[in-house]
Design a protein around this ligand. Structure first.
Ligand code: CMP
Length: 141
């Protein structure tokens, strides 16, 4: 059965471009409920830990540098089929390939500076939600 939460980050490019409001608005309009949210600034160590799964990839060091370069907004989103539906809403990782109307098509600058993160599986959604939020910081229902 598909899970009902996903973890998003509004990345440093989108925060710097003043897109927090428009992005959250589209997330709400698509039927997601924000059940936890915080603005924070990841240290390089924390960004590296979040993206540890990509450690061997050639883009890892640049990704960690970018994700620790400015503020981010992290949030847990609740909806039936959250992971899959959110990935549809944000569009392809590379904004050049993202469908019209998707969040990345509208707000992302490049493959690296791609405005938002979305979990890629239910297991990772839970791991990533735990990375940012304790149970006491979640307000479901
Ligand atoms: P995200 O969904 O947050 O997960 C991993 C991130 O790595 C991805 O978004 C991109 O921002 C970034 N990235 C940078 N270069 C690449 C690449 N060549 N392929 C995939 N992801 C990349």
């Amino acid at each position: 059965m598909s899970g009902n939460i996903t973890l998003t980050m509004i990345k440093p490019d989108a925060v710097a471009n003043n897109y927090i409001g428009p992005i959250l608005s589209q997330i709400n309009n698509a039927g997601f409920r924000i059940i936890a949210m915080k603005m924070t600034h990841l240290s390089p160590a924390k960004a590296g830990q979040f993206y540890a799964v990509h450690k061997e990839r050639p883009f890892y060091n640049d990704l960690v540098k970018f994700m620790s370069s400015g503020h981010i907004v992290a949030a847990i989103l609740e909806k039936d089929n959250a992971v899959e539906d959110f990935r549809k809403l944000i569009g392809a990782t590379n904004p050049a390939e993202a469908a019209e109307g998707t969040i990345r098509k509208q707000f992302a600058e490049s493959l690296e500076r791609n405005a938002v993160h979305g979990s890629d599986s239910d297991d990772n959604a839970n791991i990533e939600a735990d990375f940012f939020f304790s149970q006491l910081e979640r307000f479901s229902g």
